[in-house]
Design a protein around this ligand. Structure first.
Ligand code: STX
Length: 319
């Protein structure tokens, strides 16, 4: 992905597979400066997996950049697996990875579902977080899930119609249940078309201006399946956390330096959630990008994210 705000492409200096006690094995990689500030990149979805362009939000001379694929995502195995795949499992994985890599504290960077998981992780292990960079805030409440699959047609009616019309009319009143049933079906003839419709829909709504490359990347069979199946699984289970817990527990992390970067025209994760989070967390720096949608690679979002990681490398703060 080319984007003038980003650092140049780099390749990892180390990578591996983290074992868990169950079936899952998790891909991780480190790039940049092995002696630099450790930063954990937390990807979205859940289920999208990481991509090489995500290394480019960080100065490779100053950061030890850690990417990992969450359970069932990207290069982690088994692909799309839902057994033992819950938010508490992912939080425990982040701790296991931190220990495996010999890291005491790190900067945690996440957008969209990555912001959700970063908040849940920080609220569980606040002492391990040197700072938080959060983008496209998603608190994963029922209202946000309903907006994502239905309300979004106020802005993207064509994309939402394609999502809805794949499902027979008798089941369309509850798209999440209808998609979930198909996505967990073991028969690829059943799950794969559902996956393609879901992922294409999500990617189509993720940028302010149309981005066919993003849509085709997320519409590919493998990424579409993990993204759609794991999202539907987490959303059906209210992300395995008590209702509203991320807002209710914000006091646990208010002393951690944090920046919230939000696109004004984010259709996937509307700005109202970032607004609520910042009202509960006045110490966090809040940056609204006036001409951007959801994706981290929107030009204005990428610029602010890089400005934030540069500032933190210099001062340990975002202001
Ligand atoms: N999913 C929110 C999320 O994490 C509801 C997300 N939204 N779009 C994306 O991820 C991609 C651009 C990675 C498809």
């Amino acid at each position: 992905m080319s984007n003038s705000a980003l650092y140049p492409p780099i390749t990892p200096y180390a990578s591996g597979m983290l074992e868990t006690t169950g079936v899952h094995r998790l891909y991780w990689e480190t790039s940049g400066n092995p002696e630099g500030i450790p930063v954990l990149f937390v990807h979205g979805g859940p289920g999208s997996g990481t991509s090489p362009g995500q290394r480019q939000f960080f100065d490779p001379a100053r950061y030890r950049i850690i990417l990992f694929d969450q359970r069932g995502s990207g290069r982690s195995t088994p692909h799309g697996e839902l057994t033992d795949n819950t938010t508490p499992h992912l939080i425990a994985d982040m701790e296991a990875l931190r220990t495996e890599l010999g890291i005491d504290t790190w900067l945690v960077f996440g957008g969209s579902w990555g912001s959700t998981l970063a908040l849940a992780y920080a609220q569980t292990h606040p002492g391990r977080c040197r700072g938080l960079v959060l983008r496209g805030i998603f608190l994963c409440r029922k209202s946000e899930i309903d907006w994502f699959l239905d309300g979004i047609r106020a802005l993207f009616p064509e994309a939402q119609r394609q999502l809805a019309e794949f499902i027979p009319p008798t089941e369309r009143h509850d798209l999440l249940t209808a998609y979930h049933r198909r996505l967990v079906d073991p028969d690829p003839a059943v799950h794969q078309p559902a996956a393609t419709h879901w992922a294409t829909f999500e990617a189509s709504c993720s940028t302010l201006l149309p981005n066919p490359d993003l849509v085709s990347a997320f519409g590919s069979d493998k990424t579409a399946l993990s993204l759609s199946r794991i999202e539907a699984h987490y959303f059906m289970n209210n992300i395995f956390l008590p209702d509203n817990s991320l807002l209710d527990n914000v006091d646990r992390i208010r002393n951690i330096p944090a920046v919230i970067v939000q696109g004004r025209y984010d259709a996937v994760c509307p700005i109202v959630s970032a607004d609520e989070l910042t009202r509960a967390w006045p110490e966090a720096r809040y940056v609204i990008v006036p001409d951007a949608g959801h994706s981290a690679f929107e030009p204005g979002i990428a610029r602010e994210l890089v400005a934030a990681t540069d500032a933190f490398a210099q001062t340990g703060l975002f202001t």
